[in-house]
Design a protein around this ligand. Sequence first.
Ligand SMILES: [Zn+2]
Length: 135
Amino acid sequence: MPMEIVSAKLGRTHHDARHDYGGHLAHWCPACKELHEIAVDRPFRNGARWTWDGNGAAPSFSPSMNIRVGPYPQSSKKAGHVDVCHYFVRAGRIEYLGDCTHVMAGQTVDMPDLPESVHEQVRVSQRYHAVRDGA
Ligand SMILES: [Zn+2]
């Protein structure tokens, strides 16, 4: 997804006003190995919104994040399964709660820096926008 870098650990997805999509902070989840968005500046479609302490190096968010994906359709390998990633972010530490379905359940880890793959995506999207804007 198109985004900008906010700090070593945080990005911000571009707000797509037409589709009411993005405009949220994002961090890398080492358990799910993907970006998780956190709605700070503007709420998610369901109205959910979090507070951020403004610290880019060791961020805190409140309340907890509770991400659920599924249940997967019967045709899928994970039929009926629900993936849960439930955690607090406090002072740059991700505290995974015990109900997570991934291997880091119950562990507390440092929030990793955004991986090189994300920086590469940002560079590609900036080139795309530069071309599109005729710069
Ligand atoms: Zn996760």
